[in-house]
Design a protein around this ligand. Sequence first.
Ligand code: CP
Length: 313
Amino acid sequence: MREFDLEHVYESQQFDSELLDRVFDVADEMKTDLFAKQRRYSQVLKGKIMASLFYEPSTRTRFSFESAMARLGGSTLTTENAKEFSSASKGETLYDSTRVMCEYADLIVMRHNEPGSAKLAAEASSIPIINAGDGSGQHPTQALLDLYTIKDCLSTIDGLSIAMVGDLKYGRTVRSLSYLLTKYSNITIYFVSPSVCKMDDDLKNYLTENNVQWKDESVLEEVLPLVDCVYMTRIQRERFHDLKDYEKAAGKYIIDEEQVKLMKEESIIMHPLPRVDEISQAVDNDPRAQYFQQARNGLFIRMALLFLLLQKP
Ligand code: CP
């Protein structure tokens, strides 16, 4: 099998189908190892240090990366709210912060508010950079765990129809997942969003060029019976420049027990989380609800990425 030859992970377009298979195979190994308490990987990153540099809030991404590093025997340097408590608050550039952190750590996991910031940091860095979300840009490790979850639940990715619902304009998870879906055949994506936060044309053009069918829709109830996966997203109040637009979009699409009745029995409901009101808690025990398993899979995928990036010969 091909070696994992990425130095950094900053966008989904870096992955081809072979690399995706490699990540998923290692994630499977990590999952089996943890469930069977075999501890074959529990010391493989002993002596390695991960810097966890988050300029925006996070629960899942930050803690799953920190948990992944601990479960592989490595350690983590971190700061609460790097925007306020790192020297960024004194005007230090991302370039300078990255150059300096390279002297203290073996890998940087970075979440930043500016699209493209992870790629810029990678250009300045002598150690691997992992993009943990760059504003409304990309969230490639989320997309990897999303795809891993879809494959785990539905056994295949080829031939699937997926509804992406909610904030598609500022949503980095749907962008990153869409790029990865171009590596599979016969995919159809339904973009269901309020008019103020539609998916941008650049992504739609990319999908068309890469043989992925897509459709813009506005009525969720018409799409639910057609798809294998419903990928809900939060309307991100913090990304809207005009709060009147946010108010037009908020609360428009909600999956509750009535909506779930419209879905295929064998379909799944996903969400990168956090949710606000877009999936009712009453749906959580439906067998189609996979968002907590999705978050759990983040641990295995991030263990796999840390292992692959830091265990180079
Ligand atoms: N899905 C996700 O990125 O969650 P956090 O913002 O909590 O990391």
